[in-house]
Write a protein that binds this ligand. Structure first.
Ligand SMILES: C[S@@+](CC[C@H](N)C(=O)[O-])C[C@H]1O[C@@H](n2cnc3c(N)ncnc32)[C@H](O)[C@@H]1O
Length: 426
């Protein structure tokens, strides 16, 4: 695949308004045939790899970058909340299956100036959609616009779809200029920022937080991708104890167990790209086989407690679905009753903070009880995410680190209270 500057010619632009005939479009094409043709025509600056974009939650970019580095992608610049990596279809499979905190894996197809609907149409039309889609593809448009003349994003989405359908009906010689959309899904992203449109296709489909294990709802769950990121912001090590004293539906303990046992987060789910005609059959199966081979069997010390009996039964069910029920002890318990005989461990929780679950006064009381428990645990570290104003005051200790994060559109902070570093035989 290559990335190149492409000048839309009047011929290619047949039937369209002339405002944008010579705009410059950067396009990525993924077939060798097309690449060679364009290189021959001198239009291509050849680039071997696809450009993959990983959107991530605000405040977690560094965590996702570290996860990418760990997966073998050290070069990953961030742009507008998305991290870019180069890759092939094998990388698309690998990132979807293994990445714990990225939200999706997108392929950037084109990036071009778009200050009006004509420019948007031309830029989208120039993309070789016929290499990806069939006459039956289902096309959904996911648009957003920021600081741009094209602010009416719904109308812009309509233009994007129109341009795709026009191109497909011409290139695939369709009798009707409509697609029946009964086939594989393509979520096409159109993000316009400062009058520049970036067109993507979403290889993941459902967001990557949907691992597949969490099927029942309990109040105010953390996203699985966020829980995995919080874990990466701690000094948790699988040989040491971890306790979530407000575990709700079990997300933090389950993500900790999955990470410790090297269970890939995407192992049990499907992705949109696996049904696309442009993807070599078997790539995803092979990646999942590799992921299966990496799974460890080892004893972990992970505890999940919650005051609600219902929450604990849901958490146990989710842990079973995730294949980690043996690794976690869940118990109905009040935070104030927590004790441990371990001289070192990690508390990692998402206590109620009043906004959604209980009232603020109750949240303050719980924070106080949590702080009291922590002060009784000698060398333990404590970490929590909270949107409660002045959470440290109620916890009774000033945090060693504090990081601003967003959880379900609520501004929160992630607090770190560091215990003594572990001795070797602890
Ligand atoms: C924000 S939710 C945690 C959600 C969880 N992280 C998840 O992903 O599902 C807070 C949890 O604290 C629990 N809780 C409230 N009071 C408690 C108490 N005194 N002791 C332990 N848990 C309590 C609630 O039942 C609720 O499940």
């Amino acid at each position: 695949m290559e990335q190149f500057k492409y000048t839309i010619s009047p011929k290619k632009n047949k039937g369209k308004g002339c405002a944008s005939l010579f705009q410059t479009v950067h396009i990525c094409s993924h077939t060798e045939k097309n690449a060679k043709k364009l290189v021959r025509n001198g239009k291509v600056c050849y680039n071997e790899s696809m450009k993959l974009l990983i959107p991530c939650a605000s405040g977690l970019e560094q965590v996702v970058k570290r996860q990418l580095t760990h997966l073998g992608y050290p070069e990953n610049p961030a742009q507008n909340g998305r991290i870019a990596v180069k890759g092939e279809w094998e990388d698309v499979a690998k990132l979807n299956v293994f990445l714990r905190s990225g939200e999706r894996v997108l392929i950037e197809l084109a990036c071009f100036p778009a200050t009006n609907f004509d420019e948007l149409f031309d830029g989208v039309y120039a993309i070789p959609w016929e290499e990806y889609m069939t006459a039956h593809s289902e096309i959904r448009i996911d648009g957003k616009s920021y600081k741009s003349a094209l602010g009416a994003i719904k109308a812009a989405g309509g233009i994007v779809k129109k341009a795709i359908v026009k191109r497909l009906s011409e290139k695939l010689h369709l009798r009707s200029p409509r697609l029946d959309e009964s086939g594989e899904r393509f979520i096409v992203g159109c993000s316009i920022y400062e009058d520049k449109a970036t067109i993507t296709v979403d290889t993941s489909g459902e967001g990557l937080h949907k691992r597949g294990y969490r099927t029942l709802a309990y109040s105010a769950p953390l996203k699985e991708t966020t829980a995995a990121a919080l874990l990466d912001l701690t000094y948790y090590h699988p040989d040491k104890p971890l306790a979530d004293l407000f575990c709700g539906s079990g997300t933090i303990p389950i993500e900790a167990a999955m990470r410790s046992l090297k269970i890939a987060p995407g192992l049990k789910r499907n992705f949109d790209f696996e049904r696309w005609k442009c993807v070599k059959k078997g790539i995803l199966c092979q990646t999942k086989e590799e992921a299966n081979d990496l799974i460890l069997r080892k004893k972990l010390t992970i505890f999940g407690g919650d005051l609600s009996k219902e929450a604990i039964s849901i958490a146990k069910y989710h842990a079973k679905r995730a294949g980690v029920e043996q690794a976690i002890s869940f118990r109905v318990a009040d935070v104030k009753d927590f004790q441990s005989s371990f001289s070192y461990g990690i508390l990692l929780s998402n206590p109620p903070y009043g906004e959604r679950l209980s009232d603020i006064e109750e949240a303050k009381g719980l924070m106080k009880a949590f702080g009291t428990v922590y002060s009784s645990l000698d060398n333990w570290s404590a970490y929590f995410i909270s949107g409660l104003p002045e959470a440290e005051r109620y916890f009774g200790k000033r945090a060693d680190k504090k990081k601003k994060l967003w959880n379900a559109n609520i501004e929160c902070a992630f607090y770190s209270f560091l215990g003594a570093p572990p001795k070797h035989n602890q």
